[in-house]
Design a protein around this ligand. Structure first.
Ligand code: PLP
Length: 441
């Protein structure tokens, strides 16, 4: 097929996610290597979002490809009830990377079903039925994960599942109150959460589910003491703490898992994306030793045909080994420092940049009409003039490929990016922000 034929068949036969089908305009792609991909006319694009913040190791990683091929030669599939080397070894490796309270892994196909199964296990283990999650979070688009989600992508599922309660996250930049310090903000949000637990009946709450660092809703990093404070509330009321590490996990933020920045031990961790970098889909739920022990005698009423798919586990094992062998965390911390410094300069230089938030190679640029009032460039949930789409187009025209959410542009390149490559790409972002300053405010 030619590029044009591929594009036209895509438009005619595929239903593309999160899109009005009439407005889609997919680029037909021919090949990809490292942080780049090419269309059928030979144009090279830079992946500045790691696709959907999943391709942490970029395209064409030989070690992952070879591990998949080796497993294809042995067998492609074996039901979850058989012991398979890649499945056993990956679970063992993941537990080895976790804090000492964690016990076992239940593998899923991706992130949404990891969260589905996490809340199911939490409800079975605690015998309670309410689940707390936060506004401005995204946990997946299936029914349960979609009900955890605290932004408009859950609206088609409403009126929603009874017992799914939302609370406010510590988004200090957009808070009406100003705080003297991060600690003061933490104390405020924790007091509100405890108050809400009281009104909901804390003894009926099975779990508090949080993206450790909120991802697609604008890389919102919790203030000092916030996660330990949530942990303490969970301990006080017998609630399970579930950290969704689907986007923030696997070296993205400069530690293997984002919760490691904050010195907390969750009861359940969900993961997906970077565990295989998308070479084969895989997700999972890691549970504490005590939750694992509960299911020694009680039925684990969870199941998926492809739980722990041997090919996916082969990819996962190669991927996780590669993170260590190639010192990916070293690169994330080195290049991430440069990313943060450049983003701070962009914020200084451009009236349209209200805030920049970054940790490791995970960052967002929040656009405003006015730095002082912090009025967002586009109102929440709306973009009547299509401004964010225009900004993404201006970036794409310079082959800087990423996406936006509300008034934030995401910058989350593959974790193998070099400082020189990053500098080249951020100069394109600088140029586009200059156009926003002149033409869109
Ligand atoms: N949780 C978080 C934090 C995510 O960012 C995503 C997807 O972006 C999901 C869950 C859902 O994962 P998936 O799309 O693999 O189902």
């Amino acid at each position: 097929m030619t590029g044009e034929e591929i594009k036209s068949a895509h438009k005619q036969y595929n239903l593309q996610s999160w899109s009005r089908q009439k407005s889609i305009n997919p680029i037909p792609l021919q090949k990809a290597e490292g942080i780049y991909f090419w269309d059928y006319d030979g144009n090279r694009y830079t992946d500045m979002s790691s696709q959907l913040v999943n391709m942490n190791l970029g395209f064409g990683n030989r070690a992952i490809g070879d591990a998949i091929k080796a497993q294809v030669d042995r067998f492609c599939f074996m039901a979850p009830s058989y012991a398979v080397e890649t499945r056993s070894e990956l679970a063992k490796t993941i537990i080895g990377l976790m804090p000492d309270n964690m016990g076992k892994v239940f593998f899923t196909n991706a992130g949404a079903d990891a969260n589905e199964n996490a809340i199911k296990m939490a409800r079975m283990y605690t015998g309670r039925n309410k689940v707390f999650s936060r506004y401005r979070s995204y946990h997946g688009s299936s029914f349960g994960a979609g009900n955890l989600t605290g932004e408009p992508r859950r609206f088609p599922l409403e009126p929603g599942i009874p017992g799914f309660v939302k609370f406010f996250d510590p988004y200090i930049y957009r808070e009406a109150i100003s705080f003297e310090s991060e600690e003061a903000a933490t104390a405020y949000y924790l007091a509100k959460l405890e108050e809400q637990l009281g009104y909901e009946g804390a003894s009926s709450v099975a779990a508090i589910v949080m993206e450790t660092i909120t991802g697609s809703n604008g890389v919102i990093i919790p203030p000092k003491g916030y996660l330990p404070g949530v942990r303490a509330l969970c301990d006080k009321y017998g609630i399970l703490m579930i950290c969704d590490e689907v986007m923030a996990g696997w070296c993205r933020t400069g530690t293997m898992f984002a919760f490691q920045h904050f010195g907390v031990k969750p009861d359940i961790v969900t993961f997906a994306k970077g565990v295989t970098c998308g070479y084969v889909p895989l997700g999972g739920v890691v549970v504490s030793k005590s939750i694992a022990a509960y299911f020694d005698d009680n039925l684990l009423s969870c199941g998926l045909t492809y739980s722990g798919h041997p090919l996916a586990c082969a990819a996962g094992l190669a991927c996780v080994r590669y993170y260590g062998e190639a010192d990916i965390l070293g690169n994330v911390n080195r290049v991430g420092k440069a990313l943060g410094e450049t983003l701070e300069k962009l914020k200084e230089a451009h009236p349209c940049v209200g805030d920049v938030r970054y940790i490791g190679l995970f960052s967002a640029v929040e656009l405003v009409r006015d730095k002082k009032t912090r009025e967002p460039l586009v109102p929440y949930g709306k973009d009547p003039e299509g401004l964010m789409g225009k900004i993404i187009k201006l970036l794409s025209a310079r082959r800087f490929m990423t996406y936006s959410h509300e008034n934030c542009v995401l910058v989350a390149p593959p974790l193998i990016i070099t400082e020189a490559q990053l500098t080249e790409e951020l100069s394109k972002l600088d140029e586009v922000l200059g156009i926003v300053d002149k033409e869109m405010l």
